[in-house]
Design a protein around this ligand. Structure first.
Ligand SMILES: [Zn+2]
Length: 553
């Protein structure tokens, strides 16, 4: 077999022993050697390939918290405030006022075949629209006959119109937590968290952000290529307990799929808990036995609280800035303990959604109790989002051997709202405390939670390094990390918390030949410009993939 030698303008390896190199040699799907062209051409059957001669190569980025729904959401109408680009490279400008949201929904409704077809939107965030309400009263201006369902950006809330409430019998007699009512006790059309949203779930007919099909998985893969990402996660699926769901992943994520995909089973808080936990855990173990180099099963995701920007995250003292009531749990502490213990005993890796510090506290209490009963070395259980984790919680996390996946994109996407509305300036500047985590010895990564915020590891590093909000304020200068630390978090750090760091996340001999192909050196641009570094594409297991709209490869 040939050894292909790729010279590059620069290679940043994320391997501390040899941090930079001029060339990398690839044999089959693995890295054979790193060094000078002269050295590498001495290997048996060496052959030179100059296609990356003027590019900068990094290890392919690893996104440890994303959702395959990244490929699903674009079939619905985007009404978020951020400008976004879909996986095919189409630009969607943000909606900055309620009128713009309603106008875009009206235009989309005109395209639908008849008056019964539901109109589905996504990406909404009322806080981004100055806190203006957007519920049934507003959506009825688009139509009070056609069912309308608009998912919030955080996927923890949705807004529906009167026609939708009529269809599903939601009225003043509906006694379900999370169905928001007005002063007169009438539902407003805002549904908070998963139990309430499930009331209208049928409307999505397999189109919500947790729903996937082959097209969505392919689009998700293309989004990876566009952003230099070579390992993705689907962090929470309800499809692994049925054979059709597993077959879908297997059919699409084959040897030609342009990324590795680690699929986590939603073990509590979302989905149908009808299958007994020990059986679900055993099935994950069986599925892990069928893993391929591209497709990984065997891990579990547990959902604890809601989101900070919708006031559904669970906070410890002193609570929300405006003394708003504390948030919501998606599971009881007992259900959570049972699920955690079952998956832990079965050997699964567990990532737990914790936005508020009270959720982090429950994560740590549960982890300590489970480890006391059932010690397991090197478990790498992960607190994901970890937005409000305090210094004392980080010290405890280190002592318990846990990892933190920090939601750096939040600093930019909702930082202004956290400073002014949800947490106030004092605690906002302590949020997503990557520097404290590193200083405490906790292994970290950074994430996008795509489609909640755009997939794009370089932009994610920018947010952790600059801590700039959308309006340009610095939110907590002391929690900035260096660009090098950010790049390590998005490569070897994320690979570590997926238990893949012996295979991906660094350019060194024996690892998979997974590279991000960049136009510029990320350490040679101002940190605030990192998100604009052009990505030509990726290499996955030695195979070349071009970003949408890129003709270089
Ligand atoms: Zn998520």
């Amino acid at each position: 077999m040939d050894t292909v030698v790729y010279p590059a303008r620069l290679i940043r390896t994320m391997d501390p022993a040899v941090p930079t190199a001029e060339a990398v040699a690839v044999r089959g799907d693995r890295i054979r050697a790193v060094g000078t062209v002269e050295e590498l051409m001495e290997y048996p059957h060496a052959r030179l390939d100059r296609r990356y001669e003027d590019a900068v190569l990094l290890p392919g980025f690893v996104e440890a918290h994303s959702h395959a729904g990244t490929g699903t959401v674009w079939q619905d109408v985007y009404v978020g405030m951020l400008d976004r680009t879909d996986p095919e490279g189409r630009f969607w400008p943000g909606c900055t006022t309620v009128d713009e949201v309603l106008d875009r929904l009206c235009r989309a409704a005109d395209e639908l075949p008849d008056a019964e077809t539901p109109l589905l939107g996504w990406g909404l965030d009322p806080l981004h629209l100055g806190g203006a309400p957007l519920a049934a009263a507003e959506l009825d201006q688009v139509s009070d006959v056609r069912p309308i369902h608009v998912m919030h950006a955080n996927a923890h809330l949705c807004a529906v119109n009167s026609a939708t409430m009529r269809r599903f019998g939601i009225d003043s007699g509906t006694d379900v937590p999370g169905v928001i009512t007005d002063d007169r006790g009438e539902p407003t059309g805002v549904l908070q968290e998963f139990e309430a949203m499930a009331l209208v779930g049928e409307l999505l007919e397999g189109r919500g952000p947790l729903t996937i099909d082959a097209t969505a998985l392919r689009r998700f893969g293309q989004a990876a290529v566009n952003t230099g990402t070579t390992t993705l996660t689907d962090l929470g699926t309800t499809r692994l307990m049925d054979d059709d769901g597993v077959a879908l992943y297997r059919d699409v994520v084959d040897e030609s799929y342009p990324a590795r995909l680690s699929v986590f089973h939603f073990g509590a808080g979302v989905g149908d808990p009808s299958r007994p936990l020990p059986e679900a855990a055993a099935r994950l173990g069986e599925l892990a036995g069928t893993n391929t180099d591209r497709l990984r099963f065997g891990h579990a995701k547990l959902m604890l609280d809601g989101s900070i920007q919708s006031f559904t995250a669970r906070l410890m003292e002193p609570g929300y800035y405006g003394d708003q009531p504390n948030g919501m749990w998606n599971v009881t502490a007992e259900e959570y303990y049972e699920a955690f213990a079952a998956f832990h005993r079965a050997g699964a890796l567990i990532h737990v959604h914790c936005n508020g510090d009270e959720a982090t506290e429950l994560f740590l209490d549960t982890l300590e109790a489970v480890l006391t009963e059932h010690p397991r070395p090197d478990h790498r259980h992960t607190c994901t989002h970890s937005q409000m984790t305090t210094p004392s919680q980080y010290r405890r996390m280190a002592a318990l051997g846990a990892c933190a996946n920090v939601f750096a994109n939040h600093i930019w996407a909702w930082g202004d709202q956290h400073l002014d509305i949800t947490l106030g300036p004092d605690r906002a500047r302590r949020m997503n405390a990557a520097a404290t985590a590193i200083a405490s010895g906790v292994p970290i990564s950074l994430h996008s939670d795509s489609p909640v915020t755009p997939l794009g590891p370089l932009a994610t590093v920018k947010h952790a390094a600059t801590r700039l909000t959308m309006s340009g304020r610095v939110m907590g200068q002391r929690e900035r990390i260096s660009v090098q630390q950010g790049l390590e978090a998005m490569t070897v750090g994320a690979a570590h918390m997926l238990k893949m760091d012996h295979e991906v996340g660094a350019i060194r001999p024996g690892m998979y030949a997974d590279f991000a192909v960049l136009e510029q050196d990320p350490l040679d641009v101002p940190p605030e410009d990192l998100g604009d570094v052009p990505v030509r594409g990726t290499v996955v297991g030695g195979a070349h993939h071009a970003a949408a709209g890129d003709s270089h490869l």
